[in-house]
Structure formats: structure tokens, C-alpha cells
Design a protein around this ligand. Structure first.
Ligand SMILES: NC(=O)c1ccc[n+]([C@@H]2O[C@H](COP(=O)([O-])OP(=O)(O)OC[C@H]3O[C@@H](n4cnc5c(N)ncnc54)[C@H](OP(=O)(O)O)[C@@H]3O)[C@@H](O)[C@H]2O)c1
Length: 269
């Protein structure tokens, strides 16, 4: 058994499976990772694919020290009510919008709660997980969560008050990027490129630009200036984007996202 004890992923859908696969890839032994699922056919599939024990959620909670919750936000409180929990365990919630206080209120005393806002690139090991510890979580439990989530990408820890803002940037961010990708592919087709070629050009340009940002550590404005010759073609295109107010639109879009998170948290579904 690892020093963290057994880790159970309870609710193994898209995000739960990404974490499960990432932990195994990062070197956790299959014997130290459990899947907590409610459907026998899902249990069989997970056991066959990953070689982990896939059991019902109550047994997973009984056998593990760390419980990663991958169910939908509205299912979390009901799920916790049915689990045999004990002091000393750590609950890591992946649920968007559900505060640590709301989760703590559904738990017996002595259980630490840490909230994570993941994103879908976790599915390819390039996720961004933003982490916030609740009132009952120890510093060690936050550190442990950071090391677990590092299995599916980068991690950043913030105060919980900043988590809605982080969700508006990285949690939903892939949707904005895919939206831009979709529009650029269409633009390529309008300019006469075959769709497959346009898709390849856009995909690789996004990958390459993202890697340049990460690997050079340069400010994005510097990288943009490097491809903007005075009076040139890129400058002509950027002027159109400026005139269309893209910068202000992104400010408004992320603010709308953050405000919607707050509404949902207040129960305005
Ligand atoms: N996807 C994202 O981009 C994203 C981003 C940030 C946060 N999140 C959070 O990640 C969490 C999971 O999202 P997802 O996209 O992975 O959803 P998902 O694919 O629908 O997965 C949810 C899983 O929970 C399982 N489940 C539900 N009730 C259960 C129970 N009582 N016992 C055991 N398993 C149960 C479901 O199993 P069945 O197959 O049996 O229904 C399903 O596999 C959500 O809380 C979401 O807010 C997702």
C-alpha cells in the first residue's frame, strides 16, 4: 500500500476515469486504487481495463483513506449520506460549484474536504486542476490532493473565494478554445482550404502556440508582437479583432461565467 493509503474514485465518468487512469499512469499500484461504481457492467469494464477492484461506493469508502468524488454536483450530498465514513479520511470533490462548506455539512466530524476544479484536457494528461482546501482540511491533505491531481496535468492552489474565477478561466476555458478552433476551421474553408487541411492547420497552430507560451514563459503580448510585422498581414487581421472588441468580449464572457456560478451556488438552477 502507498503512503497515502488506498484511493477510491467514487463516480467514474469522464472526469473520474481521467483521474483513475492518470493515477495508474503516474505509478500508483492498481491494488491501491479502487473504483466505486453503481452498475455491475461498469465495474466489470473498469476492472478489465485497469486491473483495479471496482466495487460499490459503500465498500470503496470502507476500504479507502482518500475518496475522490466524480459524481455530478447535485448527486454529491445524497451519495455521501449513504457512505460509511470515518474520521481521518479525506474527501476530494471534483464537483463544479459545490462549496466545501456544503460538503462538510453532509459529513461526520474529522473528515477533511478539498475541492478541485479540473478541466477536460485531464483526459489527455494536460489538465489544469485548481485546488482549494476547506475549513477542515489540513495542509498535508491539500498537498496530497495536489500530488494526486498532478497525475492528470498541472495544479494550482488558490483560496476557495477565487475558485469561481478560476472555473471561468480554466474550467470552462477548453470550451472557449474549441469555439475559436471551430470558427478558424470554418474561416479556412471559406478561404478555400479543404476542411481536413484547415482542421490540421488550426489544431497544430493551437498546440504549437500553447507549447510556446508554456515553454518560453514569455508574456503573450511579446509572442504576438513577434509575428506582427509593422503594416503586415497579421497586423491587418489583429486590427479587425481589436475593432470587433474581442478583448472586452472575453472580459464579459468570463464575468458572465463567474456570475452564473454564483447563481447556481445560491440554488438558482
Ligand atoms: N467535464 C468537465 O469539464 C468538468 C469540469 C470541471 C468539473 N467537473 C465535475 O466533474 C464531475 C463529474 O463530471 P463528468 O463530466 O465526469 O460526469 P459524468 O461523465 O456524467 O460522470 C458521473 C459519473 O458518476 C456516476 N454516478 C452517479 N451517481 C453515482 C452513485 N451514486 N454511485 C456511483 N457512481 C455514481 C455515474 O455513473 P453511471 O454511469 O452509473 O450513471 C457517472 O459515471 C462533476 O461533478 C462535474 O461538475 C467536470
Amino acid at each position: 500500500m502507498s503512503s497515502t493509503g488506498k484511493i477510491a474514485i467514487i463516480g467514474v465518468g469522464n472526469m473520474g476515469e481521467a483521474v483513475l487512469a492518470g493515477l495508474l499512469k503516474a505509478g500508483h499500484a492498481p491494488a491501491d486504487v479502487l473504483a466505486g461504481v453503481r452498475r455491475p457492467e461498469r465495474a466489470t469494464a473498469l476492472a478489465e481495463t485497469y486491473g483495479v477492484a471496482a466495487v460499490d461506493p459503500a465498500e470503496a469508502a470502507e476500504r479507502a483513506e482518500v475518496l475522490v468524488l466524480g459524481v455530478k454536483p447535485y448527486q454529491v450530498v445524497d451519495l455521501l449520506g449513504g457512505l460509511p465514513l470515518r474520521a481521518g479520511q479525506l474527501v476530494v470533490s471534483l464537483a463544479a460549484g459545490l462549496t466545501t462548506a456544503a460538503i462538510e455539512a453532509a459529513l461526520p466530524a474529522g473528515i477533511g474536504v478539498v475541492r478541485v476544479m479540473p478541466n477536460t484536457p485531464s483526459l489527455v494528461g494536460e489538465g489544469m486542476s485548481v485546488i482549494a482546501g476547506g475549513a477542515t482540511a489540513s495542509a498535508e491533505q491539500v498537498t496530497l490532493t495536489e500530488s494526486l491531481m498532478a497525475a492528470v496535468g498541472a495544479v494550482a492552489t488558490v483560496p476557495e473565494s477565487q475558485l469561481d474565477a478560476a472555473a471561468a478561466i480554466s474550467g470552462s476555458g477548453p470550451a472557449y478554445v474549441f469555439y475559436v478552433a471551430e470558427a478558424l476551421v470554418e474561416a479556412g474553408v471559406h478561404l478555400g482550404l479543404p476542411r481536413a487541411v484547415a482542421t490540421q492547420l488550426v489544431t497544430q497552430t493551437l498546440v504549437g502556440s500553447s507549447l510556446m507560451l508554456r515553454e518560453t514563459g514569455e508574456h503573450p503580448a511579446v509572442l504576438r508582437e513577434n509575428v506582427t510585422s509593422p503594416g503586415g498581414t497579421t497586423a491587418a487581421a489583429l486590427r479587425v479583432l481589436e475593432n470587433a472588441g474581442l478583448r472586452g468580449t472575453l472580459l464579459d464572457a468570463t464575468r458572465a461565467n463567474r456570475d452564473r456560478s454564483r447563481e447556481i451556488a445560491r440554488g438558482h438552477m
